[in-house]
Design a binder for this molecule. Structure first.
Ligand SMILES: [Zn+2]
Length: 127
């Protein structure tokens, strides 16, 4: 039997915790707050990256729609950056038959061409 006088400090608020010896928090609120504090920065980062990826994809999609009917869907690096495209984020990359690398944001991608121009590509089949 543990001594009834034995108290521990709540890991979140520091108040003394009564009850079972494995209890680390005074209540569910403190437990949830502590857990949120732990994962907060990580989840914020994931949210930020997800948002950037979705935005990249939308920019590529819009460019394709805007350019529809033209012979080739190309965009200049400046145009993409102006629209808020973040080149550091992509979901996957694929080598073309010619050995170039196409970077994808989900089902839309871009293939670097010469002089900061990019070919916008829609992935034909999405697994
Ligand atoms: Zn507490």
């Amino acid at each position: 039997m543990l001594s009834p006088n034995l108290t521990r400090a709540c890991l979140f608020c520091g108040k003394s915790v009564r009850g079972r010896s494995d209890k680390k928090f005074c209540d569910d609120y403190c437990r949830a707050s502590h857990n949120n504090e732990l994962k907060g920065p990580v989840y914020n980062h994931i949210r930020k990256v997800n948002y950037a990826l979705c935005k990249n994809r939308r920019i590529l999609e819009n460019l394709l729609v805007e350019e529809a009917g033209k012979e080739k869907e190309k965009a200049h690096r400046d145009t993409l950056i102006e629209k808020g495209f973040l080149f550091k984020y992509h979901t996957h990359a694929q080598k073309t038959k010619k050995g170039h690398t196409c970077f994808y944001c989900y089902d839309h991608g871009y293939l670097p061409l010469e002089k900061n121009w990019y070919q916008i590509i829609k992935e034909k089949e999405v697994d």
